[in-house]
Design a protein around this ligand. Sequence first.
Ligand SMILES: *Cc1c(COP(=O)(O)O)cnc(C)c1O
Length: 432
Amino acid sequence: MKFYSLNKQATAVSFKEAVINGIAPDRGLYFPESITPLPQSFFSTIEDISYHEIAYRAIEQFVKEDIPEETLRKIIASVLDFEFPLVQLEENVAVLELFHGPTMAFKDVGARFMAGCLEYFSQEEKTQEVTVLVATSGDTGGAVANGFLGVKGVKVVILYPSGKVSEIQERQLTTLGQNITALEIDGTFDDCQKMVKTAFLDQDLLANMKLTSANSINVARWLPQLFYFLFAYKEAKKQHKELVFSVPSGNFGNVCAGMVAQTLGMPVPHFIAATNINDVVPKFMKNASYEPKPSHATISNAMDVGDPSNFIRIQHLYQNNFKTLSKNLSSFSFSDEETREGMRKLYKACDYVADPHGAVAYLGLKKYQKQHPNTYGIFLETAHPVKFLEVVEDTIKHSPEIPLQIQKVLDKEKKSIAIKTYNELKVYLMAH
Ligand SMILES: *Cc1c(COP(=O)(O)O)cnc(C)c1O
């Protein structure tokens, strides 16, 4: 399977090259040259197929020329070693909990899958070491650090804004050691991201090292996210209702992966992308005009994105046709106060503690179901509520229990390197 660049200037490459490059040389996102639907029998018998087999059958076509079956099955088994419960909360509302992985965010799935692929590629060729360079506003860094810990042939350098991630998130980034280095940037998340972007264009650096990204631009992080939409479908099929997914969206990689599952034949006709006040896509779905803007800080900060990188993939999936897109996607935006109201409602009416991102998705689903009451809605809870402990406690006046995974990191010692300028980053990368 070849992957082409959505900017159409660079040549198409293999899965392996797409993973190692991250982004195409023409700065376009990679996209698979074809998506062949799975046979009808796959969906009609999915209740009898194991999670690992579902994942294998869904991703096989994209990677099989570069990763042998046995290795791919091993990678899938090690990625999917935790639960993906679908919990019914109201008559036509269920929550898909994606936070049972090691860092308690859905990003564990993509980060671990990508790590497994890069590990295989580096063993296979004894090629130059790959350096994964990633900027994080919180969740990505922890998931990537954890996923890549101890992976041979790969070094990970994480940039995070000093004082702007939660304590739990900072510990998840800075306490692992080994091949993981945390750089604490005197600046904002946007400054971190700018430094990473500059590095990817720095010819001096590129001549000396193989640099790749680990955000959802990378196909190996993006595509495996389609697995859990299929798992939820398997569980919810017995409802015999029209299914709809509501996804809390920032860079729109997660919802786009769900749409790939739909293209593979999953009988789910509609998605809801719920956002906070960073509402570029909800606005686009209203007036068909795409206007990126600087991001605003909110309580659902993993979605504070002013120019969602994967939206171009979504438009491409639906042939850049606004009418087709509208048939498949609704998008709604909610303020922090509405989000808190959603958290309180879930807690009071359903005895359910949601994090702010999950609450945004819940609100999006309820809004859609007002017009479409006969649907069975699944909203994605993308992080454990303790990752946003202060907001949760402050909103519902209840303290959720700290799970073991989190307690463990809180006891460890933080190690980071303070950095102020791009030049300091460059000096660091050149010296290591
Ligand atoms: C990253 C993240 C999101 C947004 O996912 P995208 O794929 O960027 O749309 C939502 N919720 C949480 C908790 C996240 O960490």
